[in-house]
Design a protein around this ligand. Sequence first.
Ligand code: ATP
Length: 710
Amino acid sequence: MSHISVRQSEIAVEQAHVDVVYARVEEMRVEARDMRRKGDQLAHGARNEAIFEQASMLFERDVMVRHANQILRSLDAEHEGLVFGRLDIVGGEDTGPATETMYVGRLGIRDVNFDNLVTDWRAPAAAAFYQATAEQPMNVVRRRVIRSSGQNVVDIDDDLLAPDKRPDGMAVVGEGALMASLTRARGDKMRDIVATIQKEQDEAIRAPWRGITEITGGPGTGKTAVALHRVAYLLYRDRRRMGGSGVLVIGPSPAFTSYISRVLPSMGEDTVELRSLGEVLDGAAAATVDPPEVNRVKGSLRMRRVLKRALRDAPPGAPTELRITHRGEVLKLDEQELGRVRRQVHSAGRPPNQSRVDAAEALLAALWRQAEGRPGMERDEVITELGERIDFHRFVVVWWPILTPTEVLGWFADRDRLAAAAGRALSPAEVGLLAASFSSPTGPTVADIALLDELRVLLGPPPKRHRRRAAAQAAELRAWGERPDAPTYRRTEHYDEYSHIVVDEAQDLSPMQWRMVGRRGRYASWTIVGDPVQSSWPDPDEAESARASALGARTTRRRFALGTNYRNSAEIFELAAQVVADVSTPDQLPTAVRSTGVKPSVRAVAPEELVAATLPEATSLLSEVDGTVGVITSTGRLAEVRAALSDLDDPRLSVVDGVEAKGLEYDAVVLVEPTELVTESTTGPRTLYVALTRATQRLTVLTTDPSWPA
Ligand SMILES: Nc1ncnc2c1ncn2[C@@H]1O[C@H](COP(=O)(O)OP(=O)(O)OP(=O)(O)O)[C@@H](O)[C@H]1O
């Protein structure tokens, strides 16, 4: 048989099995619907049945319906086929030729006799699909990746792992599924990698849930993909623990969470919360990033001191004198006395929003000290009389208002107030920077969200009757930073007891963000994903200690280092590695396995031509690749470059700055003025390294420096 016809006949073999699987799925759909109907009847009628019988049938119905729903969801999600793998396995030493076939897919499916038609990729039995190698074949003779479009098998790729055990007539076709997958055009959403997970990745995916699992590796090593598949794996293995309290995945930006949003649904998992750092606090949807020098101050642990001190000061507009006439006598507390009372209330250590009653009592005690000694004054009597006075209540309400985090952060637009709260924690220049930033009318930035969350905890929950106002504030916060695609959450407000939290691009979290994230996972296990070489946080030691306290004293820690860059061509990564040679060690840089034979193009242009030159470069890359094109520039130049490309009406094109590019991927990239990405950043060439490692196939660098990258 010719090569082509061997492939065709093997595809036909797999198609036959896939047809059986889909026919069975159809039956299961019918069964599930039937079961659901019966269950509903059971719930509404048949009251004379034994209660236990009902309960067990209802349970059975629930299990069935859940499984059916999961299948339906998985089928409805965008992915490339329910069945994607096949293993041909020989038994043991003496069983002889290949005897057993196992199909691997997104879900486990059994036929009517409970025989396996497809094994779920997460089941222990399927592990060999990812872990078997030629050196350790684990009884696998042939591993086959089946590529489908919908229900149609379109191609197959085989690995022969044990040639000596290959039975007569066993065909082996294809040139490697991994390479085929890596060279395919990219869309605007990340795809799952279930069919081609590599052994080192599989080990991280299947690591036990407990404690802290850290996944490090250079750009394109699959850290994000691995973390998401790990979530699907953990949900499968321990759905009760993980699903009950929920799994939270945190990424750097809304662009990133949107980019990864289809991976879990394609595996039938749609209960996981994906939030960007600007969305971790309920009600907020911040996407604007501060300039690096502002970001650095807002993220520092010094801000905690500033916030705490700010809450001890009298709020803006608080009266500076209490004057009340009692039995014809004027009782008066001046500014100094009021300040003393305020300090005394704060020294009890209760959060301000929980201390209004304490404040009222302390004021009454101070007023009594004024009245004391005057004839006919009894302490209890005076305090009761004053405490019932409406003018006293009015005073307390404005002197000790119930505060919201947004209100308090707004105070810092006032430079003097901020300087007073900062003391020596911030330099005058830093105070100036922050005051200007908090005066901006554009709403909270991503860094502000961690400050708001800190304030939420420092202020304490508002008393019950103030909750409505707090809800209105949350709505205000939402309106402030509203995006049409902002997620909605089913959780109760400020839910912070997730069972598992994944932090992606963890190298960039500021200490204040670690505190915010840590609060969400006091009882959680963690998967922490990052690459120190791509870090944009300037003080790694401070972040490291904040991270250590956020994660607490968990003793189980395991670490996986991924070493192969699956994204960039070797030619592109060679250039990227050059720019971080001085700030990395060789073991921190991955190996790019795929060569395209096309070197990045570095074009020197005159400064006045720089922006105009992006248009022809982007246009030509759009025609060269089938997938996406990203134009990456410094933040300062972003608006200008966007304007220059505004006539290019192609949904495959995006224009982003170096910070926004974090975690994203394009088939081709135009990088505008690399030196600006370095000078704009507070961490040297690291942001440039991120930008240079986004492209899978083509990279064009436009620079005004003819000697770049030397
Ligand atoms: N085993 C694999 N099979 C197919 N594609 C893979 C595999 N591993 C990684 N990839 C692909 O490589 C690309 C990079 O993966 P991913 O974004 O997860 O890397 P990363 O380590 O998080 O990168 P960065 O640090 O730059 O954000 C993605 O397109 C991903 O689908």
